[in-house]
Design a protein around this ligand. Sequence first.
Ligand code: K5W
Ligand code: ZN
Length: 268
Amino acid sequence: RRCNLTACSSKYVLSQMHPMWQGPLAVPGGDRQSPIDITVRKSVFDSELKPLVTNYDPNTCQQIWNNGYSFLVEYDDTTDKSTLKGGPLKDSFRLCQFHFHWGECNAWGSEHTVDRRLYPAELHLVHWNSDKYSLFEEAVMEDNGLAVIGVFLKVGKRHEGLQKLVDALPAIRHKGSVVEFNRFDPACLLPINTDDYWTYHGSLTTPPLTESVSWIIMKQHIEVSHDQLAVFRSLLFTSAEEEAQKSMVNNFRVQQALCGRTVRSSFT
Ligand SMILES: NS(=O)(=O)c1cccc(F)c1F
Ligand SMILES: [Zn+2]
């Protein structure tokens, strides 16, 4: 091979961080980083992959807050009330939060792409392996610690289930704001068909970028309205005290090298 100085072979992978993060963050030996482009024709059908089994209890929803990079809806994960099983997973995983990544315009915003196609936004439902670990903070450091479901958003008709969440956003415009948020069923954000997905081993797409994620990317997208996405963009990266207010947009990581990984599909 002419040059093996690809992103995978170098000892440290300088991940071109979003300017909002303090400079490039080297990830020691990062050869399973996320996000990636999913080249459909290179994905491998695996008949062993099962349908996803989600059991979410809307009453475990606790708060919604602006962490200065996205907005998170957090769930009580002290008991096994909201779980993800099946799919590529051997263990039971507990929902701890969901959040989104989006662009300043509808032309881009997702972290993963399918045959290089960008979507205006991407939903991540974050779960941790409660069969093996007792806290998210433990699981996030381990190989098979996390499972994240990724769902692409397309601009189209208004998403009725999302509206409750959109209505809460003006109250958390600034970094650090938190409001109580109850009885939200995240299952309403999943596409109709959850049997068709791609799966691969990767990382968090925000620091600490640990390589502990089984990614499950839905083939079918959900639709939200232009106006609903516009409210996402009305959030701010900055806190109320800071002078210059910066719109919370383009909060996605650049794509990472596949480094020989195989993306499996649950469908042909
Ligand atoms: N963007 S992300 O889904 O990879 C993510 C971000 C922050 C904490 C996580 F546990 C996580 F999974
Ligand atoms: Zn994410």
